[in-house]
Design a protein around this ligand. Sequence first.
Ligand SMILES: [Zn+2]
Length: 381
Amino acid sequence: MTDFATWLSRLVRIPSVNPLQAGPTSGVPGEAALATELAACFRSLGADRVELEPLVDGRPNVYAVVRGRTDRVVALDVHTDTVTVENMTDPPFDGRVEHGAVWGRGALDTKASLGVICALLEDWQRTGLRPDPTLVVVGSIGEEAGGMPGAIGFRAWAERQGMEIDQLVIAEPTELRPVVGHKGGLAVRITVHGRSAHSATPDEGANAIYAAARVVSALEAHHHDLTAVPPATPVGTGTLTVSIIHGGVASNIVPELCTVSLGRRLAPGEDPAVEFERIAAIARDASPLPVTVEHQVAGETGMPAFYAEPAGLAGALAAAAGTTPTTAPFGTNALRYDGFAREKVVFGPGRIEDAHKPTEHVTLADLDRTAAALTAWLQPG
Ligand SMILES: [Zn+2]
């Protein structure tokens, strides 16, 4: 009998809080300790090739390749970072097994899938089995914050060696429903340029906040236009949210600058570059003053949505888990895999609503169901 809980407890006990969310009780921040431990485990569990690839500030992805019986290649991408533990009311790293569940930060999001795959590899090693496809297990850094460098790194790693991924499973809590789509994203900052003046003589200036208010109204109208059309896929329509406004320096000075930041969720088929230009045109048309429009983070030019009709991979995982395919309201590493892998789904045990909370756990029953689904996918023999 394979002990999934023991493996998972062991991984929960290694802190791997995302450095951008680290605090006084995080332990050593970052994924390095977990990745190093995983590399050692994968080696001892008979993986044919194991690599650590430092990507950001020495934080490494870990890759394990387990040769299969055929030349098909599939991958399981599990992020190794967790969210903060500073909001936890429960010991974050004890990994205790209690009330039919494993407890601690990351137990659900997303070390559960790592614990299960380690236990399955141990099982296969003991019984002399190999998966049908060659399996790449990826422990990727920086999913919870920081732009998903681990997913970017894995993709580049695979492409460098001409590795063609047939099917890709991205581990996240989806209640074991294969997620076949979610929205993409684009983050934009608009700056309105006015002219400052003493507020005693405001007409000698040009008030950037007044102009920005018109831009905000136009963006709100754009959001309503986006959501007024019937969605083309179950992922839903695009949306736009104005989320931050900054402007002005003192109550007796006409504001010279006002910046408006917004988040644009992209529906399948919407091109980030086209939508960026559309937003820029709306801002220019609405503002009586000059505007500059830029991406909020330099080099982050937006990520398209992902969606595909449920097919072989989604159907097989759903059948094995006793669930049905669905779409998700939240984003994942899948955003970095546009055009990569012939089929991809997001899949894993537990509810996303239970992640990032003051307590975190995954049930032993869900670990068993995860193992059954991954086994049906990988067909050891
Ligand atoms: Zn996650």
